[in-house]
Design a protein around this ligand. Structure first.
Ligand SMILES: *Cc1c(COP(=O)(O)O)cnc(C)c1O
Length: 456
């Protein structure tokens, strides 16, 4: 199975040819979803005792399966947080796979981990964290948040008084769903500051002051958001950092989506205070143009993360030996065996330079502001709030939630665009509205106008 024969060489060429075509196509077909039963009829049995052959399997992928997916880098995919990996990063993702590097331990992965760490140094430099701050690439923001929360909780439990206590985290309504679900994983309670808008210093203080005595004893961390997923709102990081310092709390900033904007001079000041964080999440697979999956967690004091995450096992002892000393990514987050998923980012950064990254991120912000202007001029729609980072929330005047839903499906089924409704909290009620999130620098003004036209 692993030996090279002539058939395999041809297959390799086919696969590489496909990859080249896809990488050079900037406007791929927007796939349409299909039901599982439909796919089963079209695809038939693929896992058999004899195998169906590479050519057959690849044809099924090209003719059926890929067409039932939505390319997240399509310029009119503006839903959720889309993506737009650079061609260089995609190419190097192939190289990373082909190189079979184990990315958990320096002993095996030194060269790959070295390169990942060069990219990480740039990320860390964007945050303004003090010297010695460092991080690792994770499978995504969820894993990064979990890794940071474990480090925070373990640090808190060093105090013997806290060993048997259930922890408690304060965050805001605007925080990403993964904060709440990862709190479940570490069995911590969550108290929400009741705002989807910017979490201010005063809001946070009020929520902390409102905790009962036992809750206050269990509180070990505040999670602020550096660019909410729904609206691109950045909490008052400076004010929150002051409260965390005063109350002796671990300050985590979830900048999974917004972190890329640390590279953008036009908005960098909005993140002031992030340099005081104990830990930060940034997803290069969101706004730093990396292919899936690539998140990152950065710690002010990586030693605290190591105390929480280093795994013990007799078969792992060799990694502690002098001869294999080096940076072991597995010791700073929840995963052991891992691909060197920071390598595609490293190659792309090395190839293009960081200035190109700056301008590509600025482009997303410009597109959001442009969409805001176009919406203001168009009588059938109106802004819910001014664009923030690259998110634009707007309403189609007079539409019910059902009309937003039907509109989304129609554009999707037509293979034209993917733009989905969301909700925005107005007082005590949630209003259904529409939302753009710009990541792809190839999205154009015409794309925005054409999508709005479908709302007429
Ligand atoms: C997307 C997002 C996450 C989750 O990241 P994944 O990479 O999807 O795991 C967490 N926090 C914020 C603010 C996000 O936007």
């Amino acid at each position: 199975m692993h030996n090279i024969d002539i058939g395999l060489v041809e297959m390799t060429l086919d696969v590489v040819k496909y990859a080249i075509n896809r990488i050079t196509k900037t406007d791929p077909e927007l796939g349409k979803p299909k039901k599982e039963e439909e796919l089963k009829v079209l695809v038939g049995e693929t896992i058999t005792s004899e195998g169906i052959g590479g050519e057959n399997a690849f044809n099924i992928f090209k003719e059926v399966l890929i067409k039932a997916t939505v390319p997240i880098d399509h310029p009119r995919h503006l839903a959720f947080v889309p993506a737009s990996p650079t061609r260089a990063a995609i190419m190097f993702d192939l190289v990373t796979s082909a190189s079979s590097i184990h990315g958990a331990y320096w002993m095996e992965g030194a060269g790959g981990i070295f390169a990942e760490n060069e990219a990480m140094k740039w990320l860390v430099s964007l945050t303004g964290l003090p010297e010695n701050a460092f991080g690792v690439f994770t499978s995504g923001g969820t894993a990064a948040n979990l890794s940071a929360m474990v480090a925070a909780r373990e640090n808190w439990r060093k105090d013997p008084e806290n060993v048997n206590k259930k922890g408690l985290i304060v965050t805001s309504v605007g925080a990403h769903s993964s904060i709440k679900s990862m709190a479940k994983v570490i069995d911590a309670d969550v108290v929400l500051v009741p705002t989807e808008d910017l979490m201010s210093k005063a809001d946070l203080q009020k929520t902390i002051d409102g905790l009962d005595a036992y809750q206050r004893k269990r509180l070990f961390s505040v999670v602020a958001t550096g660019g909410t997923t729904n609206a691109g709102i950045i909490d008052d990081l400076k004010g929150i950092s002051e409260i965390c310092a005063k109350e002796n709390l671990w300050f985590h900033v979830d900048a999974a989506y917004g972190g890329g904007a640390l590279a953008a001079d036009s908005v960098r000041h909005l993140f002031n205070g992030i340099e005081k964080a104990d830990s930060i999440t940034i997803d290069p697979h969101k706004w730093l143009f990396s292919p899936y999956d690539c998140g990152a967690v950065i710690y002010k004091n990586p030693e605290l993360a190591k105390e929480a995450h280093a795994q013990e096992g007799s078969y792992l002892d060799i990694f502690k030996d002098e001869g294999s000393r080096g940076f072991n990514p597995s010791e700073y987050q929840i995963q052991l065996t891992r691909r060197v998923r920071g390598l595609p980012l490293w190659f792309s950064l090395a190839m293009h330079g960081t200035d190109r990254y700056k301008s590509a991120v600025e482009k997303g912000i410009e597109l959001a502001n442009l969409a805001g202007e176009i919406i203001k001029e168009n009588p059938i729609v109106e802004l819910v709030r001014e664009p923030s980072l690259s998110c634009v929330l707007f309403r189609r005047k007079g539409w019910t939630p059902l009309e937003y839903r039907d509109w989304t499906y129609k554009n999707h089924k037509d293979g034209f665009a993917l733009v989905t409704p969301t909700k925005w909290k107005m007082g005590d009620t949630f209003e259904t509205v529409s939302r753009f999130c710009f990541i792809n620098p190839d999205t154009t003004e015409e794309d925005i106008r054409a999508i709005l036209k479908t709302m007429e």
